[in-house]
Design a protein around this ligand. Structure first.
Ligand code: CA
Ligand code: CA
Ligand code: CA
Length: 627
């Protein structure tokens, strides 16, 4: 018989084996289990005893709770807080959360684990309970206010309950004094109720929508319309009464008309569970896809659409909605964006960034959308607000089609990692548009025969002879001399002297004969490239600052045929730009030379497959020293 359970906060890349021990004995779940098995006893958790000290820290209980142990239990494997299986009950019902199925205790046990982490059940008042559910289940919480409830709320709720989502509701309080105040109709303010069912009955010739709610105290019920002994039930068919299990028990559970619910309650929270948190045979599940990414200053931290110049640099995820919801013309889905601290970035306190997302329609686009797209297209949908919460979620209905989802921080240049989850009714196809690397390199022009040279080419030949000296080959030192002389004369670009190592890199790229020097044809190819790179620099230095900002660089790279993954862009920018996110022509040249060199080497070695090369250590080191 199982008798102790464990649970853990979900962390990325963590498996239950990595779980940190939190029990005061210093023993792991396995050790505690082994000890109990050997002694042949049920585990009793001394850290969180089955008495009132675990239920409350400030309040005295109003009713005598009995701690019971549930049956038929299956524990969730990835689940590291060790608890025993005693749960607080009153009149044979669980006091706090419970599942619609009386034999399912997992939510209650999870809650107990969280209560233990927080010291007591009382610490789990409204708000923290739903966050706890999110932490433990990996689910996504949505908050609705009854004043702005969507038209299809009944359907949303019905599906949520079928999917095993955890649903709670509450009445707002305006002051601490109001907390747990009882309204004349028997409702408690500032108290987390559980929604346990939804149904419709025939009443006076109409279908009336009802919602079943449970007070976790196991008593104190609504006494208005459709409450336990209200007159409405008298005119309901006994078969329907039976179907709704209507019995006037003072057990804390009651029905209300949905319209009364909207009038009396203020908030509803739904914790949507991912399929892996549900039983395998559950019929109704969300389809879930997950994308991990980062906002990095200078490359992918673009900020929201208010910042047009940088907004387009944010990560972009393509969402293809193909199947409509059953019986509907649109596709419903839920988007949850969660921020995480960057691993290398120490942040102090709970410093959350303001985050949100936008959705654009973009049929037939498979590459990262550029600035112009956002200049001329409005978003199709957005997160309700940009807000400094750990997670922002929202529910949408859109016609089938292709969309681009853009998660961002509100202000640009702020860094965090994020996890974006798309919950959809039918399978949705998502694709990260910033994962791929596509490189198109143009082949250099064939040199013209000496007799057919134009005047410009003849001038160039003279420059070469002057640079190369008697051997008619250009060394790195000679290249350094000529490049510095030529580039320093360009007034519209900022340029620091090229180092010898940069010139060696250039030689390494251009030296096809492998003698470490450039002969005329090699030098000519390089000079043509140099002219192209100078033009590129001048063209994409859009603010004419004489330097290339990281954002200008991204467009310039695209124009030069380099479509890089966000990871590569982040790395290049980290390496080449200064504090102000700018690079001069010298760094730009270095960057272009190395990028082109690496791409050409890869292309020449990836003869069997266009995607992979195979190198031994000798070849690998040879390459990295040369590029
Ligand atoms: Ca020479
Ligand atoms: Ca050579
Ligand atoms: Ca610039």
């Amino acid at each position: 018989m199982p008798y102790l359970y464990r649970t853990s906060r979900l962390k990325e890349h963590q498996t239950p084996k990595d779980a940190r021990i939190t029990h005061s004995s210093g023993q792991s779940f396995e050790q505690l289990r082994q000890e109990s098995l050997q002694k042949g006893i049920l585990f009793e958790d001394v850290d969180f005893p089955a008495n009132n000290s675990s239920l409350f820290y400030s309040e005295r209980p109003q009713i005598p709770f009995v701690w019971k142990r549930p049956w038929f239990w299956q524990y969730n494997e990835w689940l590291d807080v060790v608890i025993d299986d005693r749960l607080p009950t009153f009149k044979d019902r669980l006091i706090f959360l419970h599942s619609a199925d009386q034999n399912e205790f997992w939510s209650a046990l999870l809650e107990k684990a969280y209560a233990k982490l927080n010291g007591s059940y009382e610490a789990l008042k409204w708000g923290s309970a739903i966050e706890a559910m999110e932490d433990f289940t990996g689910g996504v919480a949505e908050t609705f206010t009854t004043k702005e409830i969507p038209d299809n709320f009944y359907e949303i709720l019905e599906k949520a309950l079928k999917r095993g989502s955890l649903v709670s509701c509450s009445i707002d309080v305006n002051s601490a004094a109001e907390s747990e105040a009882r309204t004349p109709l028997g409702l408690i303010k500032g108290h987390a109720y559980t929604v346990t069912g939804i149904d419709q009955v025939s009443f006076q010739g109409h279908r009336t929508k009802l919602i079943r709610i449970r007070n976790p105290w196991g008593q104190v019920e609504w006494n208005g319309s459709w409450s336990d002994s209200s007159y409405e039930w008298h005119s309901v068919d006994p078969v329907e009464q039976k179907r709704l299990c209507h019995a006037a028990l003072d057990d804390g559970e009651f029905w209300m008309a949905l319209k009364d619910f909207k009038n009396h309650f203020d908030k509803i929270e739904i914790c949507n569970l991912t399929p892996d948190a549900l039983e395998e045979d559950a019929l109704h599940k969300w389809e879930v896809t997950v994308h991990q990414g980062s906002w990095v200053r200078g490359s992918t931290a673009g900020g929201c659409r208010n910042f047009l110049d940088t907004f387009w640099t944010n990560p972009q995820i393509k969402l293809s909605l193909t199947e409509k919801d059953e019986g509907h013309e649109e596709c419903s889905y839920l988007i949850a964006l969660m921020q995480k601290d960057r691993r290398k970035l120490k942040r102090f306190g709970a410093n959350m960034l303001t985050i949100g997302y936008a959705i654009y329609k973009c049929p037939g686009k498979d590459e990262h959308l550029n600035k112009d797209f956002f200049r001329y297209h409005a978003s199709q949908a957005r997160s309700k607000t940009f807000i400094n919460l750990r997670e922002v979620s929202g529910r949408f209905k859109l016609p089938p089609g292709e969309y681009i989802l853009i998660p961002s921080t509100f202000e640009p240049h702020l860094e965090a990692d994020f996890c974006l989850r798309v919950f959809s009714e039918k399978k949705a196809i998502t694709q990260d548009l910033d994962e791929n690397v596509d490189i198109y390199l143009t082949e250099p022009q064939k040199p013209t025969a000496p007799g057919e040279e134009t005047e410009e080419e003849q001038q160039f030949r003279a420059l070469f002879k002057q640079t190369a000296g008697e051997d008619l080959e250009v060394t790195a030192e000679e290249l350094q001399c000529v490049l510095n002389a030529v580039l320093q004369k360009k007034k519209d670009i900022q340029f620091k002297k090229l180092s010898l190592i940069s010139c060696k890199n250039i030689i390494s790229l251009m030296d096809t004969s492998g003698n470490g020097k450039l002969e005329f044809d090699e030098f000519k190819v390089f000079w043509d490239k140099l002219k192209k790179w100078i033009n590129l620099f001048l063209q994409f230095d859009t603010d004419k600052s004489g330097t290339m900002s990281s954002y200008e660089l991204r467009t310039a790279l695209n124009a030069a045929g380099f479509q890089l993954s966000s990871h590569l862009l982040q790395m290049i920018i980290l390496r080449y730009v200064d504090q102000e996110l700018q690079m001069g022509f010298d760094d730009f040249l270095n960057c272009m030379v190395r990028l082109e060199n690496a791409s050409r080497v890869f292309q020449s070695l990836s003869t069997h497959s266009k995607e992979f090369i195979y190198l031994n250590i000798n070849e690998f080191i040879n390459l990295t020293m040369n590029i």
